[in-house]
Design a binder for this molecule. Structure first.
Ligand code: UDP
Ligand code: MG
Length: 136
C-alpha cells in the first residue's frame, strides 16, 4: 500500500545549489511529489519543528542553522515511503552514511546534512500537518 512521508531539503543544500540534484535522486527512486512548499523558517518555527530535540545540546545551533536560509518541504508518496526515504538519506552523520546515500554524497557534517525525512508514521503525520495544515 502506498504511504506518505515528509521530507525537507535543508539550507546547506540551497547554499550549495544542490536542491535540483537531490530532487532528481528522490524522484528517480520512485517517490511521487504530492505537495511542496518553499519557506524560510524563523528560529521559533524551527524550534517547534525540532521540539523532540529540545533537551539535546545541539538543539539551539540546529535551530539557528535551520532558520539560516530557505528550506523546501515535501510530501512524498510510494510504497514504504517512510523507511525507503530514510534509507536513501543515509545516517545522520554524512561520514558514516553508506555510499550512494544523499547524505554521503552531499552532506557536510552531522548538522549540515542536506535532507530531513520523517522517522515513523507518527512523525510523518505530525510533520505533514505542521507544514501543510498548521499555522506557518
Ligand atoms: N544534529 C546536529 N548534531 C548532532 C545530531 C544531529 O546538529 O549531533 C542535527 C542534524 O541536522 C540532524 C537533526 O539534528 O539531521 C536531527 O537529529 P536526528 O538525531 O533526529 O537525526 P536525523 O533523524 O535527521 O537523522
Ligand atoms: Mg530524526
Amino acid at each position: 500500500m502506498k504511504e506518505k512521508t515528509f521530507c525537507l531539503i535543508k539550507p546547506d543544500a540551497f547554499e550549495r545549489k544542490l536542491v535540483g540534484k537531490i530532487l532528481n535522486i528522490v524522484e528517480a527512486h520512485g517517490f511521487e511529489f504530492v505537495a511542496m512548499r518553499f519557506l524560510h523558517l524563523s528560529e521559533k518555527e524551527a524550534e517547534q519543528f525540532y521540539i523532540v530535540h529540545k533537551d539535546k545540546d545541539f538543539y539551539h545551533p540546529l535551530c539557528k542553522y535551520m532558520s539560516s536560509g530557505p528550506v523546501l518541504c515535501l510530501v512524498l508518496e510510494k510504497e514504504n515511503a517512510i523507511h525507503d526515504l530514510r534509507e536513501l538519506m543515509g545516517s545522520t552523520d554524512p561520514n558514516k552514511a553508506n555510499e550512494g546515500t544523499i547524505r554521503n554524497m552531499f552532506g557536510m557534517d552531522i548538522r549540515h546534512n542536506s535532507i530531513h525525512g520523517a522517522d515513523s508514521p507518527e512523525s510523518a503525520k505530525r510533520e505533514i500537518i505542521f507544514f501543510f495544515k498548521g499555522i506557518l
